[in-house]
Design a protein around this ligand. Structure first.
Ligand code: ACM
Length: 261
């Protein structure tokens, strides 16, 4: 199957322009599964929780989910994308999976980064793995990378691909995800953004460098610091083989010796 990433440069608060940017970047390129950044249609640096609530959407009823399902319908593909979610009084930094003309499921970010803690509620759903037919796809969002338990949990739940919408601001994640791929023998698609947001006296710069990694830790494709699309051909079944010589990365675990895990 073809696994793709769209690395974008969103304009804060302009969902229509950000949708158009994704459509233009993808054009007539083909992938079976597209992974897009965290908060892909709104931008990242919300001034307040109230501003999050203004731009957040109900999932799956509101426009961004419908747009993504239609995007998938017109390309006969699947896609993962980050967006702010409103659920009653709660606000989550979420990601959704859609297939052709339909919503499949969501994840709510569990490890909130820095000021996100003031703007969002902590995710209250388990790390999800969705079987899209071509592959089993697990979801985590950006700073979840700093907690190896996230990728491990998705692996233990059967993920062959980890879709990782991101808005990275620190320089370490790209290297760390090579290790996450190796230690779990999974494919990883980290979809980052570029650009700078100046809001309420804060400046936040995003690092680009989106990447597709194989279960052997090889970089299949890597972006620089421009808007671009990455596509690689993968074989999800390779991720089912957890053997490394006489070892097996799951069977050789020794949870009795891991404190509180
Ligand atoms: C991040 O979690 N967006 C750094």
């Amino acid at each position: 199957m073809l696994l793709g990433i769209v690395q974008t440069s969103p304009h804060f608060g302009d969902k229509a322009a950000n949708r158009k940017q994704i459509e233009e970047l993808v054009g007539d390129k083909r992938a079976d599964l597209w992974v897009m950044p965290e908060l892909a249609l709104t931008g990242y640096e919300f001034k307040s929780r109230a501003e999050v609530m203004k731009l957040a959407e109900e999932i799956p009823h509101d426009d961004s989910t419908k747009w993504l399902a239609d995007f998938c319908g017109s390309r006969n593909s699947w896609a993962v994308m980050g967006l702010p979610e409103r659920d009653g009084r709660h606000a989550y930094n979420s990601a959704i999976v859609c297939g052709p003309h339909r919503y499949i499921g969501r994840y709510r970010k569990i490890h909130l980064f820095d000021k996100e803690k003031e703007r969002f509620d902590v995710g209250n759903l388990p790390f999800p793995v969705f079987d899209i037919g071509l592959a089993r796809v697990g979801l985590m969002i950006c700073f979840d990378w700093r907690f190896p338990e996230a990728a491990r949990t998705l692996t233990l739940r059967g993920a062959q691909i980890i879709a990782h919408p991101s808005n990275l601001v620190l320089p370490h994640c790209q290297k760390a995800m090579v290790t996450r791929a190796l230690e779990n023998r999974v494919y990883i698609a980290t979809a980052n953004r570029i650009g700078t947001e100046h809001r309420a006296g804060n400046t936040v710069r995003f690092t680009g460098g989106s990447q597709l990694i194989s279960p052997d830790g090889e970089l299949l494709a890597a972006a620089t610091d421009v808007t671009e699309v990455l596509i690689a051909e993968i074989q999800p079944k390779i991720a089912d083989d957890k053997n490394v010589g006489l070892n097996n990365l799951l069977k050789d675990r020794r949870p009795d010796y891991y404190e509180n895990l």
